[in-house]
Ligand binder design. Structure first.
Ligand code: NAD
Length: 457
C-alpha cells in the first residue's frame, strides 16, 4: 500500500476531494472526457485484463470497457446538467432554490463479475459531482483496478488521489463502512454482503447505495416470437456463464408453446461454444472459482430427488484447460422448488409452465430479490400489464429482450433484497450529492413563511 496507514489513505482522499470540488463541474467533466479517451485508446488491453481475471469472453470484456467509455461520455454531458429546481417563493422579494453539493469521499466496494464497469458507473458520476472515491475492488480482480488506476493517473494531473485503491477483503470493506469520514458507501455484490455491511453504515447514519443479488425471471407468452425469445433467453441464462447479477434464473413458459419452446431451447444450447474465454470463438468461459462450481453442484444435487428434469450442469473436461467449465443447466420443474428462490451464481435455468399471465407475474415477483425481469410477447395487453403497477416488481422490466445487458442511459438497480440502489444513467447522480434548499431574501422586509407574525406591534 502506498499509504502507511488506513487513516492516511482516507485523509489523502479527503484532501483530493477538497481540491477537486473547487473546479467548476464542466471542467471536471473535461477531465472525465480525457479519461474516457484513454479508455478508448486502451480498450483492447483493458479487455484482456478482464478476460484474464474475471474470465469473460473477449466480446463481453470489450463490451464492459465500452460501458466505462459510455459512462465517461454520459458524465461529461452531465457535468453541465447538475440542475437544481427553482420554486416560486410565497414571500415577496425572495428566491427559493435547490442547490446540489458534493458529499465528499465515496467508498466503492465492487464485485468480481463487472470489475471495471461498476467502478465507472460510480466514479464517473461521483467525480463530476465533485467527490473523490476510495475503491475496494474484488480480491479476484485487482489487476483490473490497477490498470484503471494507471489510466486515471495518466490524465489526472494533480488529481491522482481522486481515485485511491484499497485492496483487500472483508476487513477493508468493513473499515470503509464504519468510517464516519465516508458519507456514502456504494456496495455491489451478494445480498449476504449487503446485509452484513448496511447495518454498519446505518449505525453511523451514513448513506448506502446497494446493488445486490438478483433472481431474475422471464415470462414467455403464447404470442412470443420463439426464435428471438430463445436467443434472448440463452444469452441471459447461459451467457457470462450465468455470472451476471441480471442473469436469467427462471423462465415461465405458456403451456400452448411450452414443448416447441423447449425443443428450440435445447437445440440452441447444444450449439454453445464453451472454451477458453480468450479464444474469440468461445461464447462461454469457465466459472470464476471452485467455490462457484461447488455451489452449482450443491444446488443441482439438492434437486436430484425432486420431481424435476435436469439437463446439463456437469463439468466439461476441455483438454488441458484446468478451470471449472460447465454445461449450462436447464431444470424443468412442475412446482416452485426452494432452490428457485435463491440466487445460485452459476448457469442454472429453471423452467416452469403457466396458463394464466397473472399467475406467471405472481411467480416472478414471489422471490426476495427484485432486480431484472422480462416478458416475451407480441400482445400489447400482456406487455402493458407486465409494465403496470400490477406487473413486474423489479427495477428492470424488459419487453422482448432478455433480463441481462442493460444500457447505461437508464438507472440501473433493483428492489427488495437487491438493495434499492440506482446507478448509471437517468438521475442516479443525485445519490452522490447532498441537496441544499436555499431561500434568499433580497428585499428589506422580513416576511415569515405561512404568514406567521412575530415581533409585530
Ligand atoms: P461478493 O458479495 O462475494 O463480493 C463483493 C464485494 O464485497 C467484494 O469486494 C468482497 O470483497 C466484498 N465482501 C463480500 N462479503 C463481504 C463481507 N462479509 N464483509 C465485507 N466485505 C465483503 O460478490 P461476488 O462474488 O464478487 O459477486 C457476485 C454477487 O454480486 C452476486 O450476488 C451478484 O448478483 C452480485 N452483483 C450485483 C450487481 C448489481 O448491480 N446488482 C452487479 C454485479 C454483481
Amino acid at each position: 500500500m502506498k499509504f502507511n496507514s488506513y487513516k492516511n489513505l482516507v485523509n489523502a482522499s479527503k484532501e483530493a476531494h477538497k481540491k477537486w470540488r473547487m473546479i467548476p463541474a464542466p471542467q471536471r467533466g473535461e477531465i472525465i472526457r480525457e479519461f474516457g479517451n484513454e479508455l478508448r485508446n486502451n480498450k483492447t488491453e483493458l479487455a484482456k485484463v478482464i478476460t484474464e481475471e474475471a474470465r469473460k469472453i473477449v466480446s463481453e470484456a470489450e463490451g464492459e470497457v465500452q460501458e466505462a467509455i459510455d459512462m465517461c461520455d454520459f458524465a461529461t454531458g452531465l457535468s453541465r446538467q447538475l440542475y437544481g429546481l427553482t420554486m416560486p417563493s410565497e414571500r415577496p422579494d425572495h428566491r427559493l432554490q435547490e442547490l446540489w453539493q458534493p458529499l465528499g469521499v465515496v467508498g466503492c466496494i465492487t464485485a468480481f463479475n463487472f470489475p471495471i464497469a461498476v467502478f465507472a458507473w460510480n466514479f464517473c458520476l461521483a467525480s463530476v459531482c465533485g467527490n473523490s472515491i476510495i475503491w475496494k475492488p474484488s480480491p479476484h480482480t485487482t489487476k483490473c483496478a490497477d490498470a484503471i488506476k494507471r489510466i486515471w493517473d495518466k490524465v489526472a494531473d494533480e488529481h491522482k488521489e481522486l481515485v485511491i485503491i484499497l485492496n483487500g477483503g472483508n476487513q477493508e470493506a468493513v473499515a470503509l463502512c464504519e468510517d464516519p469520514n465516508i458519507p456514502l458507501i456504494s456496495a455491489t455484490g451478494s445480498t449476504k454482503m449487503g446485509k452484513e455491511l448496511a447495518p454498519l453504515v446505518s449505525a453511523r447514519l451514513g448513506r448506502t447505495l446497494l446493488e445486490l443479488g438478483g433472481n431474475n425471471a422471464a415470462i414467455i407468452c403464447s404470442t412470443a416470437d420463439l426464435n428471438l425469445t430463445v436467443k434472448g433467453v440463452t444469452f441471459s441464462a447461459a451467457g457470462t456463464t450465468g455470472q451476471r447479477c441480471t442473469s436469467l434464473r427462471r423462465a415461465f413458459v405458456h403451456e400452448e408453446i411450452y414443448d416447441e419452446f423447449m425443443d428450440k431451447l435445447h437445440a440452441y444450447y447444444a450449439t454453445l461454444k464453451i472454451g477458453d474465454p480468450s479464444d474469440p470463438s468461445s461464447q462461454l468461459g469457465p466459472l470464476i472459482s471452485k467455490n462457484s462450481f461447488d455451489d452449482m453442484q450443491n444446488t443441482l444435487n439438492a434437486l436430484k430427488n425432486k420431481d424435476v428434469k435436469i439437463y446439463g450442469g456437469h463439468r466439461l473436461e476441455l483438454g488441458d484447460l484446468e478451470e471449472f467449465y460447465v454445461m449450462p443447466a436447464i431444470v424443468e420443474v412442475s412446482k416452485i422448488e426452494d432452490e428457485m428462490l435463491e440466487e445460485t451464481f452459476a448457469p442454472i435455468l429453471y423452467v416452469k409452465k403457466f396458463s394464466d399471465l397473472k399467475d406467471a407475474i405472481h411467480m416472478q415477483n414471489n422471490v426476495k430479490q427484485g432486480l431484472s425481469s422480462s416478458i416475451f410477447t407480441n400482445d400489447l395487453k400482456e406487455s402493458e400489464l407486465f409494465l403496470s403497477s400490477e406487473g413486474s416488481d423489479c427495477g428492470i422490466a424488459n419487453v422482448n429482450i432478455g433480463t441481462s445487458g442493460a444500457e447505461i442511459g437508464g438507472a440501473f438497480g433493483g428492489e427488495k433484497d437487491t438493495g434499492g440502489g440506482r446507478e448509471s444513467g437517468s438521475d442516479s447522480w443525485k445519490a452522490y450529492m447532498r441537496r441544499v434548499t436555499a431561500t434568499v431574501n433580497y428585499g428589506s422586509e422580513l416576511p415569515l413563511a405561512q404568514g406567521v407574525e412575530f415581533d409585530e406591534n
